[in-house]
Write a protein that binds this ligand. Structure first.
Ligand code: GRF
Length: 215
């Protein structure tokens, strides 16, 4: 089986990376991780990649005078691995429009909210403060607007009265680890495309919120 070449970008613990490593290790998963690149040298996810025998690289944003130089260095490092899909997995840098345009329809991100609700940071706290009864995570194609690209897959979880941001985040994270491999599989199978700003599955436009992943 031909496997879609992935490069995964991380900044932290890499639990989403681990979910993708586990998925790629199964016989029938149509993708493989060519490299893991972090902007932080101390990212725990680098250890996960090394443990799986996956090449790693660090492009430390602190080593560059500005975003432009960082993005350019990151882009050149990524392209060394000739990815068919670049996967942002807990990657905490805002990428420039030039970077996004370079990867166009082959750049995905996961965001811990039911987009378009709560783009940006502290999504769980914001959902709690809003009194939401449902929350969740969204995998989306990356556009030039922060957390704004078309949704691919979304999973919802209930919010419990006793929830804290931490308990809610943990419930959402479990769903993240299910929907990201699902979205990557659909792309790797050639079923999922980004076309004219819309996510298409088997040629049909997905709903604005993407596929609702079975709870
Ligand atoms: C996750 O909530 C993810 O949605 C957000 O960063 C958090 C940590 O991700 N982007 P990971 O454990 O590093 O994959």
């Amino acid at each position: 089986m031909r496997r879609c070449r992935l490069v995964v970008l991380i900044s932290g613990s890499g639990s989403n990376l681990q979910a993708l490593i586990d998925a790629c290790s199964t016989e029938d998963f149509p993708a493989s991780i060519a490299a893991v690149i972090s902007n932080r040298p101390d990212a725990g996810g680098l250890e996960r990649a090394r443990g799986a025998g996956i090449p790693t690289a660090v492009v430390d944003h602190k080593s560059f005078p500005d975003r432009f130089d960082f993005d350019r260095a990151l882009l050149h490092e990524i392209d060394r691995y000739e990815p068919e899909l670049v996967v942002l997995a807990g990657f905490m840098r805002i990428l420039s429009a030039d970077f996004v345009r370079h990867y166009a329809a082959r750049l995905m991100n996961i965001h811990p909210s039911l987009l378009p609700l709560y783009p940006g940071l502290h999504t769980h706290q914001r959902a709690l403060e809003a009194g939401d009864t449902a929350h969740g995570a969204t995998v989306h194609f990356v556009s030039e607007e922060l957390d704004g690209g078309p949704a691919i897959v979304q999973s919802r979880v209930p919010v419990h009265a006793a929830d804290t941001a931490e308990t809610l985040a943990a419930r959402v994270l479990l769903q993240e680890h299910r929907i990201y491999p699902h979205a990557v599989r659909l792309f790797a199978e050639g079923r999922l495309q980004l076309h004219n700003g819309r996510a298409l599955l088997d040629g049909d436009a997905l709903p604005a919120a993407g596929l609702l992943f079975p709870g």
